[in-house]
Design a protein around this ligand. Structure first.
Ligand code: G6Q
Length: 544
């Protein structure tokens, strides 16, 4: 499929349709159609998705689906699942779906079935996790491992960190789990504060094993361990690695027998189902981890097989695209009403923004007349309500929101859960329907106050109502849902959602400035005037 999406007849039909919809209020759409609330929904696995509070009609959905068909979404899905090298700029397959494939599935990359090696690594992880959890694996001095510290950044951090928080209820509470990512020494210093090195295991997660932040933290961890335990042999008991780069792992001093493999066909931000999730597996146990993979797998199968009309990730992707490209919405907010999901939005921020923050298409042509990925942001409800929801309700910007609520609480205390969910539901209602000036006046509000207390409404939301409490299986479903939503959008925008040259740039740039900050003598600087001045001042204030 080639050509700019914006030049397709299906795109132009949506532009025309937008002109019709733009003036319509959700109040009217609901008044005209009593069935709308029940009809504009999908019931998939453990998720009930209500997208009726969006500025759409049945025709909108139909036109969006035609756009997806024109873009060859179905063929794109097949290409991904069958291991085609759709990451064209890196000439790689994109096979996070293989990480949750059952043992008997065959998925080939360059003629080799990758599923057996996925399960070999999963089995090795399970064996290791069991030994840590049971105490069979001992530290160098014979003490049991009580603390696990994941050292990694970006895709080698956010997934396990988010999922550990999400699934804390299922975790081994006699152990502590920490995630060190920032090269700011505070991250490391605070993580190890009060810990006994003899009881601490570091998992160094780096696909490339060349990332500055991770290697700096890993070297510091090594020193911290050896300063206390005094014997190089301790490294073998207190460090394991997850990487594709065996040479760098052994150069660092970790025996490759203690290395868990990953593969170039798994992108960092899609990797926490791989050995990158080892810390999580130690926390929740191999059974919990496999249950989570089964949740991912169930959503994978849904995405691959369900027709577009019933396909939840595709539908969410299309609705997001509708606002992004036709209403000019710049952002997308994700608001989980679940405290355990407090890091979900940061995780999804990377997933979405690193994948679809692109401005050239797959053929390298500039994208200058349509928008690609949105800015993703949000905080768990109800905290956000007392902070920035004001702008969503009464500001001048259009912010489509996903609300995620659970039918059952993870911790059932008094009336908390009903209070929580009442807030969730009330917000989507208020955002959609607002409060008219007449309604405000009818409350007896003084005339000069009426405008201030009027709520325009017509703010679009999608509600994901999970039928159960948050479990590993359900977390897997939710994450796979968003992975495939991002895929849907990226495919239609004709971008490569699987490279990240902007991230690579950062890795190179910092390395140029480090020697200039560290030089004993005033270095000759050849940056722009601002950067030169900042470097000079940093050196001066630092006392160089
Ligand atoms: C993810 C990105 C990026 C990456 C980190 C860490 O998709 O590529 O966030 O995960 O830069 O990279 P390493 O795992 O190679 O250290």
């Amino acid at each position: 499929m080639s050509g700019k999406p914006s030049s397709w007849e299906e795109w132009k039909a949506l532009e025309r349709h937008h002109a019709e919809i733009d003036g319509r209020h959700l109040r009217d759409l609901f008044a005209d159609d009593e069935e709308r609330g029940a009809r504009m929904s999908l019931d998939v696995l453990d998720l009930y998705a209500d997208f009726s509070k969006n500025r759409i009609t049945d025709e909108t959905l139909d036109l969006l689906r035609r756009l997806a068909e024109r873009a060859g979404l179905r063929a794109g899905i097949e290409a991904m699942f069958s291991g085609e090298k759709i990451n064209v700029t890196e000439n790689r397959a994109v096979l996070h779906v293989a990480l949750r494939a059952p043992r008997d599935e065959v998925i080939e990359v360059d003629g080799e079935n990758v599923v057996p090696t996925v399960h070999t690594v999963l089995d090795a992880m399970a064996d290791f996790a069991d030994r840590i959890r049971s105490g069979a694996w001992k530290g160098h001095t014979g003490k049991r491992i009580k603390n696990v510290i994941n050292v990694g950044i970006g895709g080698s951090d956010l997934g396990p960190a988010m999922a550990y928080e999400a699934l804390k209820k299922f975790s081994e509470r006699s152990m502590t789990f920490q995630f060190v990512s920032n090269v700011d020494a505070t991250a490391f210093a605070e993580a190890v504060h009060g810990l006994d090195p003899a009881e601490t295991l570091f998992i160094i997660c780096s696909k490339t094993f060349t990332t500055l932040e991770t290697l700096a933290n890993a070297h510091t961890a090594r020193r911290w361990t050896l300063d206390a335990l005094g014997d190089e042999a301790a490294v073998a008991k207190h460090f394991v690695a997850v990487s594709t780069n065996a040479d760098e792992v052994s150069a660092f001093g970790i025996d490759t027998a203690n290395m868990f493999e990953m593969w170039d066909w798994v992108g960092g931000r899609y990797s926490y189902d791989s050995a990158i999730g080892l810390s999580l597996m130690i926390a929740i146990g191999p059974d919990g981890f496999r249950d989570m993979l089964a949740g991912f797998r169930a959503m994978d199968e849904h995405f691959r097989t369900a027709p577009l009309e019933e396909n939840l990730p595709a539908t969410l992707g299309l609705i997001g695209l509708w606002y992004n490209d036709f209403f000019g919405a710049q952002t997308q907010s994700i608001l989980p009403y679940n405290q355990y999901l407090w890091r979900l939005t940061s995780y999804l921020q990377q997933l979405d923004m690193e994948s679809n923050g692109k401005s050239v298409d797959r053929d390298g042509a500039p994208i200058d007349d349509y928008q690609t990925g949105p800015i993703v942001w949000g905080q768990p409800g109800t905290n956000g309500q007392h902070a920035y929801y004001q702008l969503i309700h009464q500001g001048t910007k259009l912010i489509p929101c996903d609300f995620i609520g659970f039918a059952k609480p993870s911790n059932d205390l008094g009336d908390h859960h009903e209070y929580l969910m009442a807030n969730c539901l009330a917000q989507t209602e208020a955002l959609a329907f607002g409060k008219t000036a007449e309604e405000v006046r009818a409350e007896g509000v003084a005339e000069e106050q009426v405008a201030h207390r009027t709520f325009q409404g017509n703010h679009p939301t999608t509600t994901l109502l999970v039928k159960n409490e948050l479990t590993p299986h359900i977390l897997g479903q939710i994450i796979a849902l968003y992975e495939h939503k991002v895929f849907t959008q990226g495919w239609i925008w004709r971008i490569n959602s699987f490279d990240q040259w902007g991230v690579e740039l950062g890795k190179v740039l910092a390395k140029r400035i480090i020697p200039e900050l560290q030089a004993k003598d005033e270095p000759a600087l050849a940056h722009d005037g601002s950067t030169n001045e900042l470097i000079r001042r940093f050196r001066r204030y630092r006392g160089a």
